[in-house]
Design a protein around this ligand. Structure first.
Ligand SMILES: *[C@@H]1O[C@H](CO)[C@@H](O)[C@H](O)[C@H]1NC(C)=O
Length: 255
């Protein structure tokens, strides 16, 4: 285990995050020590639609109800193992690739002070954990595991399907994709700066940061389901942080 982490850290040394230096500076949001048993256990695989501003007063879940990282990772693993194949994105993730995801999340979390559960939630949201997720191209290109802002790392530079998928996906590409999404790129912010831009405290800040990661800003109304965006995005992240994996997606905000 230790040697695995050391290898990931070495691979990461040459990756993009070193150049951004993005870290969580917001008071109370920085996680300076990675802990796999940081939450309430496995939570519940269910979906509750949340609307409004992400606050406890609007019914959004408090951070004290979030799952533990170790349970969250184990419970999402079967989904990761099948998602590339299910979406026609090439070979399914191998055990080694999934281990590389786990190692890289903790290495990047340690470097950026972003809660590792938040990183995993965004990975599952953006790519289902498929290391060969294709690049989405809207106004900018969004590659890889976290569909980040024009990052260089990817194991599928193509914009659809499996035509250009790379298998196996090298460890440095996996750690690079997680770095590009969490520590940002030269072109755009990662989760760390999205947290720094949030105006709420505690769990509300994470839900606001999810909105900012997805669409660049929080709607002036404060409603995390409003604006030009995936309207369910912040609600989805809140559910992932409380144990949602396979239950029906009970969110109607996107029609
Ligand atoms: C991916 O895994 C799923 C679940 O085990 C399986 O049904 C599917 O055939 C696999 N796809 C590929 C491309 O290996």
């Amino acid at each position: 285990m230790f040697s695995k982490i050391a290898i990931a850290a070495t691979a990461l040394a040459g990756a993009a995050y070193a150049t951004t230096g993005e870290t969580v500076t917001a008071t109370g949001l920085a996680v300076t020590a990675v802990n796999a048993n940081d939450g309430s256990g496995a939570g519940t695989d269910a979906y509750t639609m949340y609307s409004g501003d992400g606050s406890a007063g609007s019914g959004w879940p408090d951070q004290s109800t979030w799952v533990s990282y170790s349970d969250m990772f184990e419970n999402n693993k079967p989904f990761m193992q099948a998602h590339c194949g299910n979406l026609g994105w090439g070979d399914n993730d191998s055990d080694a690739e999934i281990q590389a995801i786990q190692d890289a999340i903790d290495t990047v979390a340690t470097a950026t002070f972003v809660d590792h559960r938040f990183i995993l939630a965004v990975i599952m949201q953006e790519s289902g954990g498929c290391v060969r997720a294709p690049t989405s191209v809207y106004s900018v290109s969004n590659p890889g595991l976290m569909q980040d802002h024009s990052g260089a790392s990817t194991c599928n530079p193509g914009s659809s399907g499996s035509a250009q998928s790379i298998s196996p996906c090298p460890d440095d590409q996996i750690s690079g994709m997680i770095s590009d999404g969490t520590a940002g790129t030269d072109a755009g912010d990662g989760l760390a700066n999205c947290l720094n831009q949030a105006t709420g405290t505690g769990s509300q800040a994470f839900y606001e940061a999810a909105r900012i990661y997805n669409s660049g800003s929080v709607d002036p109304s404060g409603d995390l389901g409003a604006g030009v965006a995936t309207h369910c995005y912040a609600s989805d992240i809140a559910n992932r942080l409380t144990g949602w994996v396979n239950a029906a997606h009970g969110c109607t905000l996107d029609g």
